[in-house]
Every structure is written in structure tokens, then in C-alpha cells.
Design a protein around this ligand. Sequence first.
Ligand SMILES: *Cc1c(COP(=O)(O)O)cnc(C)c1O
Length: 370
Amino acid sequence: MLRLSKSVVGKEEIEAVAKVLQKEYLGMGENVKEFEDLLTDYFDTPSVCVNTGTSAIHLAVQAIGLGPGDEVLVQSLTYVATFQAISATGATSIPCEVYPDSMTIDLEDAKKRITPNTKAIVPVHYGGGPGDLEALYRFAIEHKLRVIEDAAHAFGTLYKGKLIGSFGDICCFSFDGIKNITSGEGGAILTKDEDVLEKIKDARLLGVQKDTDKRYAGQRSWEFDVEYQGWRYHMSNIMAAIGVEQFKKFPFFKQKRQQLAKQYQAAFADFDKVKILDHNYDTAVPHIFTIQVEAEKRDALKEHLKDMGVQTGFHYFPNHMLTKFKIEGLQLPLTEKIHKTLVTLPLHPDLEEEHVATIIKEIKSFLNQS
Ligand SMILES: *Cc1c(COP(=O)(O)O)cnc(C)c1O
């Protein structure tokens, strides 16, 4: 079976975890500091590591002060994690359409949904491509919105020569098992906003004020004050040790993901039964590779590929169609149409060129016959 996605770990991660276990200091300590320092250097921006990408977004939304009554613009076509992270603060996600060429948030549509309660926009860098981020930041400035980038798909992506996460307002990454790099589970927030950084550092440790530096020195606070709602969202040394090894391997992961995505892209570029995104894989580091096919053929194609030993996925079922996130009277005709055409193809660093060639051949022959 060619897997849709998988963790790619080796003896380096195993040895790093074994070292943490031997030290018998498993919680948040020096390994987390080491991983954070690597990220801070790489992005030239302060970073805070947490236990999931979802908690990264939750803490970011909380840190900019949002809660009940506040509205956040976000594309409906994203992982439910984005919506749950926003609603965890009590704020309301306002689902928006996407541009079908990049699957990033449609700003014309978003503009129509702005109210006096709109406080932030959460762009999702779908498949690793950020779309027109300059336009997005112009939109945010014009409408006085904070920006929290859901960059879970885009670790390592460059935008106009700059790393996603190295500029902008607030940027959240995920290091769950199948993302561009993993720390087992995990996530990080990158921002140059000192106030937001301070709030997130405290909030990940149950709101205990200024506990981070103590933890990094192998200590903890016994007498402290708590002013704000906090959560048990810190990263452990075990996770960070995996993250550090994965970060070292990232140049290889990046090259491999980009190479395979380019192979898919080239093969489907002039094949009219498959529509692909217009991401540039010289600069985007793709977490997933999604194609669009005729809705009537989508399930049969997935079934056929499964029979041929190729696992596929589908990103995503629209959030505004979920019971929890439905909004009375809100419809997104494009998203409702597009999601039925989506198929995600295998993409991970252990996949080889010949595997991708086989997958492409199967898709083309199936769609030409059916
Ligand atoms: C993976 C992912 C998240 C959440 O990250 P976790 O680490 O799994 O909690 C958020 N948004 C998107 C688009 C994702 O793909």
C-alpha cells in the first residue's frame, strides 16, 4: 500500500528520545528550549513551542484578546482544528469561500462578511501555498484586523524570498506526526509581538506567570500569581528531542516534497481531466498534494486507486456544513461544490519518483476510460 502520508523517523529520533528517557526529565525543560532556539534562529523571529498546532492557534486567538462576541474570518475549507481552536476562546468563526486556484481565503467574499465584531482573519496556507499574502495583509490593515496565519501545511515555505513565519503578525505551525516536520505531536507560534509572546508563554503553563525560564533551568515556580485563563499546552522534552532531529533532516524532507509535487504538477499540467493548484513548488513546501476531478468520478477514482494499493484522502469537508459550525442562512456555493471534487494524493519523504509515476499513470488511465 502506498500511504497517503506518514511520519518519517529513524535512529536519530530514537536515540534522541532514549537520551531524554535516560535523563529522567521528560517534561518541559532544556530540550524544549533547544528546539525553540533552533526555530527562533531559522525564522529570525521569537518562537513558543506547544503541544499541538491546534493549541498554537487557540493560544494565539486568546492572546490577541478575542472571546465571546468577536468574529474571525476563516476559510471553511480547512481542518476542523482551525475552527475548534477559534471557538475554544468563545469567538465565532465566520466561514468564507476560497479561491479555487490556491484554496486560500477569498478576500472579496470575506469582505462581505465583515461586521463591527470582526477582529481577526485566519488565512490557511493550504497545501503549503500562501496565495497572495500581500493582498491579505493589505486587507487586514484596511479593515483593522489581526492576522493569525494557520501555517500548519507550510513549514519551510518561502513567500517573496522570505520564510512564512519570519514576517507578518502571528504565525502558527503544527508538528503533528505527518506534517513537514514532526515532534510526535506539537506546534509553535512565531511572532515579534512581545505582548502576545508573553501571554502565550504563560498561557501554555496554566497561566503561571513567567514560569518558562524556570522550567528551562530545570526548576519550577512554587509561589506565583495567575491573572488569565491558562492551559496545559506546553511541549515535553520527549517531543522537542524528536523535533530537533527532524529539523536537522528538514533540508532533505523539503527537497523530496518539492520534487514529488513538481512531478505531479508536470504530469497533470496539460491533462484536462485533472485540475491542480497553481502553487509554485520552488518556494512552497507542500504538506499535501490535492487534485480536483469531476465530482461524479471522484469516489470511483478513490476506490480504483485503493484497489491499486494507493491510499488517498480528501482535504476537507467544509466546516460550515458541520453541526457545530453551521450559521443560519450562511451558504458557500463554491466551497460546497469544490469539496466534492477533491482528492489528495500520497506525498511524504519516503515516497519515490517511481511510485508517483505509477499513481499518475493509474489516475490518467482511469479518467480516460471512465
Ligand atoms: C494539522 C493542522 C492543524 C492542527 O495541527 P495539530 O498539530 O494536528 O493540532 C491546523 N490546521 C491545519 C490546516 C492543519 O492541517
